[in-house]
Design a protein around this ligand. Structure first.
Ligand SMILES: Cc1ncc(COP(=O)(O)O)c(C=O)c1O
Length: 445
């Protein structure tokens, strides 16, 4: 018997009305609400997904960038099916987690030791604890607008105004433990020189929000050098970029070795899971057989569902495909074609906007003379300035034409996207931008 509710004949609107009676706002994640009501999806395969009313979409959200191999990749599905009947969970050590850790070690050489967690948020939470324990300093420097999950320590700085914790329920004293800085090497050096309490730096490897405010590889190399000079632990958050920018993440392309890397999404084969990898000397503080300064284990880390067998099975299957490099060749090629095609549409419509992005991502920046700039000439503070109502018009304009982007104004590609997806995507993009022009939400130059 199927465990799902029968959605036949039900619209997204009806489902959302029902959902509000059991869940606040009818959703399980702030970002899943889209006015006037969210679209309910119930099936996905390859690069496509279907809503409950039977409409098909080309998907560029791809499970918040977790599905690098496409939805329901046959190897991942086979691994899940074969392990489902072996017992989905026993909360013990098990052989598959070793294979998973060895694959992470092989692909991410800075991950000399790996500890699994259940999400990206848990990965950054653990990474900060390990970094503080190792450096013996309380403060962590982070960058404006970058996202590291939703636990208390990483909320301040995630969105402007950066001097304010953007959520109720977080103690003000947390602010004493985090220093928010512009993603600029000189600003970092100034902050580290002034404040000896800073013992770690955490940076989203693509730059804020999966590269919507990009940082250069040189900036990452500068961070490595500065962390060495000031004795700080360098945490590279590769929750998005890990196994996407290359099989070895962005750190391999930049030629750097962070002390700690945080991973989730692709590392777990698109299943709920994550990992913290790091140099053996730092990671040994997680060894439960070790006593340091009277603490045994030195750092407490629990988590019922860490490295569950079924997630490990999916992860191992996925990383074996990632290791070939084929997903990256395909996804990067399609994303590059989309970027070129989308910019051509904008130029033809004379809309003031710039398409940019690295690897298998694409972003669109509307307004402020963007069309005449390259992305490194744009003020980072302006990039996310598009108003919510305009974003909603844009997202709805894409969805009604059968295309779904990720948050904000861009998306990600996968192994499953093909050349055949490009023309319908550009058609939908043209329609959505035309809607924005008609609503007076973007400028034409
Ligand atoms: C760079 C980065 N770090 C951390 C996280 C948090 O991961 P999760 O949503 O699995 O908690 C995300 C989520 O998108 C992310 O993009």
């Amino acid at each position: 018997m199927s465990a799902s509710i029968d959605t036949r004949g039900l619209s997204s609107k009806q489902l959302w009305e029902r959902a509000q009676r059991s869940m606040p706002g009818g959703v399980s994640h702030d970002g899943r609400f889209l006015p006037p009501f969210p679209t309910y999806f119930h099936r996905a395969r390859g690069a496509r997904k279907w809503d409950v009313e039977g409409r098909e979409y080309i998907d560029y959200a791809m499970g918040s960038a977790a599905m690098m191999l496409g939805h329901s990749h046959p190897d991942v599905v086979a691994a899940l099916v074969s392990h489902a009947s072996e017992g989905t969970f026993f909360a013990t050590v098990h052989p598959l987690e070793i294979e998973w850790a060895e694959l992470v070690q092989e692909l991410i050489p800075s991950a000399e030791r790996v500890r699994f967690v259940a999400s990206g948020t848990e990965a950054t939470m653990l990474a900060l604890r390990v970094a503080r324990a190792y450096s013996k300093r309380p403060k962590v420097l982070r960058f404006e607008g970058q996202f590291h999950g939703w636990h208390d320590y990483v909320l301040q700085g995630m969105k402007a105004p950066y001097d304010r914790i953007p959520s109720l329920g977080v103690p003000d004293r947390i602010q004493e433990t985090m220093v928010v800085c512009r993603a600029d090497a000189q600003h970092v050096e100034d902050a580290l020189r002034i404040d000896p309490g800073i013992g770690a730096v955490i940076c989203e490897a693509s730059g804020a929000n999966w590269g919507s405010v990009p940082v250069s590889e040189q900036f990452l190399r500068d961070l490595r050098t500065l962390c060495d000079s000031y004795g700080c632990v360098f945490i590279l958050d590769e929750v998005i970029t890990g196994f996407r920018w290359s099989p070895g993440g962005r750190q391999t392309l930049a030629g750097i070795k962070p002390d700690i890397t945080t991973m989730a999404k692709i590392v777990a084969g698109g299943m709920p899971g994550g990992a913290v990898g790091g140099c053996a000397d730092v990671m040994r503080l997680l060894d439960p057989t070790l006593e340091v300064e009277g603490f045994k284990p030195p750092i407490i880390h629990r988590g019922t569902f860490n490295a569950s067998p079924i997630v490990s099975a999916a992860a191992v299957a996925a990383l074996k495909v990632i290791r070939t490099g084929e997903p990256h060749r395909q996804a990067d090629r399609i994303a590059a074609q989309l970027r070129t095609g989308m910019q051509a549409v904008l130029d033809e419509l004379t809309v003031d906007a710039l398409v940019y992005g690295e690897s298998s991502t694409f972003h669109v920046y509307f307004g402020n003379g963007a069309r005449r700039c390259s992305i490194d000439q744009v003020d980072p503070a302006a990039i996310r300035s598009m108003k919510r109502d305009a974003l909603d018009i844009y997202t709805c304009g894409l969805r009604k034409r059968g295309v779904d982007f990720m948050s904000y104004t861009g998306g990600v590609t996968s192994l499953a996207h093909t050349d055949a997806d490009i023309a319908p995507t550009l058609h939908a993009f043209r329609g959505a931008v035309t809607d924005l022009v008609a609503a007076g939400k973007v400028n034409c130059l």
